[in-house]
Every structure is written in C-alpha cells, then in structure tokens.
Design a protein around this ligand. Structure first.
Ligand SMILES: C[S@@+](CC[C@H](N)C(=O)[O-])C[C@H]1O[C@@H](n2cnc3c(N)ncnc32)[C@H](O)[C@@H]1O
Length: 347
C-alpha cells in the first residue's frame, strides 16, 4: 500500500498547496490519468500527492533548490542515509578539512544565523562534495533547506540582522541548525518511498520542457502570480536557499544589497504585460494533455480570461472553486487574506 501525502515534510513556501491537497485530490479523482507533470513544482507538495496516488510523476521548476526537493522525495525511490552516515556528516572537522571553503560564514555572518550555524553549513556543503549518490546529496540538501527555513523567522530571507523582535520563544528559533538537520534528516528519510513508477525531477523553464520525450496524460500548472503590490519574487524571498543548494557557484551575488541576495530570475508570469501570452503559449505547449491550472481570485489575468484562453485548446473547460486562507509575511506584519482558489480543468 502506498503511504499518505501527510508523510511529506511540508515546507513553508510561498503559494504552496499543501493545505489544499485533499481538495485537489478529490477534484481530480474523476479524471483518467496515470502520468502527470507538475510544471511549477515549488515545494513538491502536489507532486508528492500524485506520487502517493501511484501516478508517474515528473516535477519541474526553474529554481535549483526546488528541483533538489523533487529529486529527494519524488524521483528517489529507495535511497536513505543511515544513522552512521548522518552522524559522520555532523562530526567536528577532521584532518584534511582545515582548508575547506568558508564562503557562507564569510558572506553571511551578521546577516543570517549564528557563526556556529554558518560554520555548520560550510562544513556540510564541503562534505557533500565528497558524496557521490545524487539522491543522498538531494536528501541532505533538502534536510538543510528545511532546517534553514525553520530557523529563519517567517521562513524568508528578506529580513536580517537583529531578529530578536521575532523571537517568541519558539523551539524552531532555539535549536541550532545542526540539531534541526538531524531531525529533518529523519523526516526526509521517512518520506522516501517507491510507487512503482519511473518518476523524474527536472530543472528548467516550463517552456523548455520536452513534451515529446516525456509525454504525460495530465499537466498540473501552479505558476507564480503577477504581483499586486509587494514583490512576489521567489528568488528575493529564498535567495539563501537557492544559493545554498549549489554553494552559490555560478550565481551573481548582489553584494550591494543588505542580505547579499542573488540576481532575480526572469519569468514572464510575473509581468502584467507578458502573463497573458505566457499562459497562451503554455496551454498550447501542453494541449495534448489534460490541463489543470491552480489559480486564485487575487491573480491576474482573471478567471474569465484564463478560461477563454484554455478554451482555444480544449473542448471542455470546467472551474472548481474553494475558499482558502493564505498567510503571508510582509516586512513587519503577517497579512491574512481570504481568496477563492480555483482549479481550471481543460479536457
Ligand atoms: C506558486 S509556486 C508553486 C507551488 C507548489 N505548487 C507548491 O505546492 O509548493 C510557483 C513556482 O514556479 C516556479 N517558476 C516560476 N517561473 C517558472 C518558469 N518559467 N518555469 C518553471 N518554474 C517556474 C517558481 O520557482 C515557484 O517554485
């Protein structure tokens, strides 16, 4: 028997659909499909649901850290780290490790975490370079990512420096990154399972996804929204995780910014003047599959426009809707907004 989606180590990630999974499962249950592409996989929560339903799952996202999560929990069918391996990763630095890089400590001291936490990230990153198994690497990195999110107030990397005003005594803020990591490794190990399918995790723009090499019955699309006011850029919020996932190699670091973020990555879905044609192109690209678009009432383009657009490629377009309460942090407050969540289904 396949496990339940609740085994998934839920990640605090903007726009994640974890709390909507039972609804998504129910609304899609009448559709006939055995393979699916989660084209904007993010935290990989929806991919994980599909995996527990026994589907062949392809995850795709244009960020490296999100693709790493996909590799660890979706593509990976049976690789885990044992206790001795986890302990070995956490042991104090030994002979031959004195000259390791200390980029993270050098760059982020005084910005994020304690010097001890930053040393730990440098050390594990160094040890990861000596690890060959791609799934073990992805699991370790996923556990580090979730540790970093838990320990960072609000889980976003737009805030830095003296964060004592956010300290409400929460355990997550008290534990060291090493303590978090040990706990997270156990959770990620537990989330690994084989659903008997050849699942794959890809990294790339949705427009580069090779539908001929990897045809699927259904494409689930959960793109970012055109921002109303506050910037919704994923790199701006999660630049530290994106950098960490590849030890900042090849990244352009904006040293003049307070939080030493990396350069934004372009996506047409974030621009009002480009979003409509991006949706059109994407629906056309996946026209051979059942189309499922997650969307919400505060998004642009509006529901009617999107349905009309999907109707160009599909005979039948249906809308399912549900109330959803989002919590999202701005710089000083947490706003809660009630929005209508939609699934636009084209067959
Ligand atoms: C709303 S989030 C997806 C949330 C996800 N369904 C979950 O449950 O966590 C949108 C994702 O789209 C990714 N993204 C943005 N533009 C993209 C593009 N052009 N191609 C592929 N991924 C993109 C972002 O990195 C982000 O992870």
């Amino acid at each position: 028997m396949l496990p339940e989606y609740k085994l998934y180590p839920q990640l605090r990630f903007m726009g994640n659909k974890y709390r909507l999974l039972p609804w998504i499962e129910e609304e899609l249950s009448c559709l006939d499909y055995s393979s699916v592409l989660d084209a904007f996989s993010g935290s990989a929560s929806v991919s994980y649901l599909f995996k527990t339903l026994g589907k062949r799952v392809y995850t795709n996202d244009f960020l490296n850290f999100t693709s790493t999560l996909g590799k660890a929990v979706i593509e990976n069918r049976d690789v885990r780290l044992d206790t001795a391996q986890i302990k070995a990763l956490c042991r104090p630095p030994g002979k031959g490790e004195e000259d390791r890089e200390t980029f993270i400590r050098n760059t982020y001291e005084g910005i994020f975490y304690s010097p001890k936490d930053l040393d730990f990230l440098d050390l594990i990153s160094f040890r990861l370079t000596g690890m060959n198994d791609p799934y073990k690497k992805a699991l370790v990195m996923s556990a580090l990512i979730r540790s970093c999110v838990k320990k960072q107030p609000r889980g976003v990397f737009t805030i830095s420096g003296d964060l004592s005003r956010y300290d409400d005594g929460r355990r997550d803020l008290k534990l060291s990154l090493q303590e978090h990591f040990t706990e997270q490794m156990a959770l990620y190990n537990r989330s690994v399972f084989d659903n008997g399918r050849n699942n794959r995790a890809f990294r790339g723009s949705v427009f580069d996804f090779d539908t001929e090499a990897y045809p699927v019955d259904l494409v689930y699309m959960d793109p970012p929204y055109v921002p109303r006011s506050d910037d919704n850029c994923y790199v701006k919020r999660y630049h530290f995780l994106e950098g960490l996932s590849g030890y900042w190699k090849g990244e352009e670091i904006l040293y003049n910014t307070k939080v030493k973020k990396i350069a934004k990555k372009y996506t047409p879905f974030s621009y009002r003047r480009e979003a409509l044609s991006a949706f059109d192109r994407m629906f056309s690209q996946f026209r051979e599959s059942i189309l499922v678009l997650s969307y919400s009432s505060n998004g642009y383009p509006d529901l009617e426009e999107l349905c009309t657009l999907m109707g160009r490629y599909k005979d039948r377009v249906e809308v399912k809707s549900r109330d959803h309460r989002y919590h999202f942090g701005t710089h000083d407050r947490v706003r809660r907004s009630r929005v209508q969540e939609y699934l636009i289904i084209g067959r």
